[in-house]
Design a protein around this ligand. Structure first.
Ligand SMILES: [Zn+2]
Length: 362
């Protein structure tokens, strides 16, 4: 029985981050053992580290963090015929419960909320030298995507968001989206910007910090426009643009979600992607927002997690990004921290970071 070093926390205990040894069994039937190349750190990980969310696996105190992974197949269990040692792979995060949606293959649409999630809820994550998961949830990644493949999981969040928007908009005989606003310029906002740009939309990415900065630089290199809310509010921007067809909200501020509802154009769709604090209270013009949504046939939809189809779409999308803007996707990974370094960059986001990844040196 071999072990591997992993970065773990005790959920609910702030800053309980530490390295532990976890046992790695041989892969069982239809399972895959993966050597981790690198693993991304995101806002969810920091929420878990701060003790706000997270649930350990049953009968355990610690949970291994990490749900944004790129690795290589180490060994495949019996019955796995299409993956071989050395193949580049990633893995989905959520595992189904027994609800009808999960059983129909859509754990991202879970009805009972009893699903588990690697590195978040009831299952160890991928921030470890090795992990095992079921073949069903392992996604092959083309060998030439080794540099950027760790971005696949965060990219799936916006793949699902845009897929939801497109499905919803099939309600219309004619829908030719031209203009999009992406609220937030963190990793999700930036990947959403690139995705919408790759579809040919005119994209305005809105964030607090005035340009120039590392975020505005990536946005501009993708041919999108960067707007600081210190210089122009979302409301003013929407008025200037005329009709905003799609808004992706990823700021982490619930106030922005309501501002976006009012800024959305006729027949438009707003996809909400942020998890926000629950204490914020504010006055909003409920009548104005309601009348706008009704009178303009507008849709506001929440979207969480992603499905296998979003992972497959993200693999091709990364390829597309590399064709359109060579090197741009890789530049989103601003910090590459060796696994054996001290854990401060996992605990606290470094200054001027877009995406921080932990490198395992495989
Ligand atoms: Zn379910």
């Amino acid at each position: 029985m071999q072990t591997t070093t992993a970065i773990s926390v005790i959920p609910g205990v702030p800053e309980s981050l530490k390295r532990i040894e976890v046992v790695v069994p041989e892969p069982g039937p239809m399972e895959v053992l993966v050597d981790v190349i690198r693993c991304g750190i995101c806002g969810t990980d920091r929420e878990i580290i701060e003790g706000h969310i997270g649930l350990p696996p049953q009968n355990q105190q610690h949970i291994v963090l990490g749900h944004e992974v790129l690795g290589r197949v180490h060994a495949a269990g019996s019955g796995v015929t299409d993956l071989h040692p050395g193949d580049l792979v990633t893995a989905t995060v959520r595992r189904p419960d027994r609800c009808p949606s999960c059983q129909a293959g859509q754990p991202d649409m879970c009805q009972w909320q009893q699903y588990t999630e690697h590195g978040i809820k009831g299952r160890n994550g991928f921030l470890a030298g090795k992990f095992i998961t079921e073949r069903t949830y392992v996604i092959p990644v083309d060998a030439h995507l080794e540099e950027t493949g760790v971005l696949i999981e965060p990219l799936t969040v916006v793949e699902k968001a845009v897929r939801q928007a497109m499905l919803i908009q099939r309600r219309m005989a004619v829908w030719e989206p031209r203009t999009a606003i992406v609220a937030g310029a963190g990793p999700i906002g930036i990947l959403g910007t690139l995705l919408l740009r790759s579809l040919g939309l005119v994209v305005y990415t809105v964030a607090r910090t005035p340009a120039p900065n590392i975020h505005s630089d990536v946005v501009r290199r993708a041919g999108a426009h960067y707007v600081s809310t210190r210089e122009e509010t979302i409301t003013a921007l929407a008025q200037r643009l005329g009709n905003v067809d799609i808004i992706l909200e990823s700021t982490g501020a619930s106030v922005v979600a309501f501002e976006a509802m009012a800024a959305l154009g006729i027949n438009g769709v707003l996809v909400l992607l942020s998890v926000t604090d629950t204490a914020t209270m504010m006055k909003v013009s409920t009548g104005r927002i309601n009348n706008g949504l009704v009178g303009g046939n507008k849709v506001v939809v929440g979207s969480v997690n992603s499905g296998i189809e979003d992972f497959e779409a993200a693999v091709s999308r990364l390829d597309r990004f590399n064709q359109l803007w060579p090197g741009l996707a890789a530049s989103i990974i601003t910090h590459r921290i060796p696994f054996n370094d001290d854990l401060s960059s996992v605990l606290h986001e470094p200054k001027d970071a877009i995406k921080v990844v932990i490198e395992f040196g495989v």
